[in-house]
Design a protein around this ligand. Sequence first.
Ligand code: HEC
Length: 218
Amino acid sequence: MRMRTVAIIFLTAATISCRDAGTEVPPDGTGGTGSPAVISGVFPDSAAVSDTVLLVGSGLGDAPGASAVSIGGRTSTVVVSWSSTRIVVEVPAGSTTGSVSVTVGGQTSNTLAFRVLPVAEARVSYSGQVVPLFTSNGCAGCHGGTNNLFVTPHGSLMAGTSNHGPVVTPYDGEGSIIVKKLRGTAGFGNRMPQGSGPLNEADIQLLARWIKQGARNN
Ligand code: HEC
């Protein structure tokens, strides 16, 4: 129960961040009755049963009930949040590698490929693993109020107040600016941490995995 509440609060913040970054799917009239739902992305595109996934698109309906998400051949019964452009659901028991689709008012959307992992990835903890990674690598020193980026606490990291907007894109680890800055592939500024050697690959992947799992305040 507690986890669900956190996820909902968190998604509200994520929606706001997306709007700030100008990446919100524009209203295009597909939300009306009779127009098919379109899914443009599923994040992550592989997960285990009971993991949460985010579907982004348009005309996805406003609520479960009249609408349904199918993942790997099964209907998702646990809905974390639902809007016409973003749905977060759990991967249903019994689903197998295949595709994802949304059915709204009897019309089924396009499908996107989805892989069901046999075993859930170990959950990465923000307070237990991500914050220590930031402090031990000097990130918190330079990004604790300066350079327009706070890597802690969680709310500040997610606030999207840095020079390039949100640096964490929930459910998209490798696509997040913060991960690209660690790899030196962001396309602006320096590779982080500035002035010292790169983080090891395992640490970068840990951060990316936390984001891919929804970047929760856990
Ligand atoms: C010595 C100070 C310093 C350290 C240590 C440092 N940074 Fe930075 N960081 C900067 C400066 C200055 C910028 C702005 C210039 C740039 O983008 O290179 C920046 C930019 C960034 C940005 C882009 C923000 C934006 O949108 O403009 C991210 C993300 C970031 N750092 C993450 C990190 C992480 C994660 C660490 C720890 C691994 C870290 N930084 C360590 C100084 C530092």
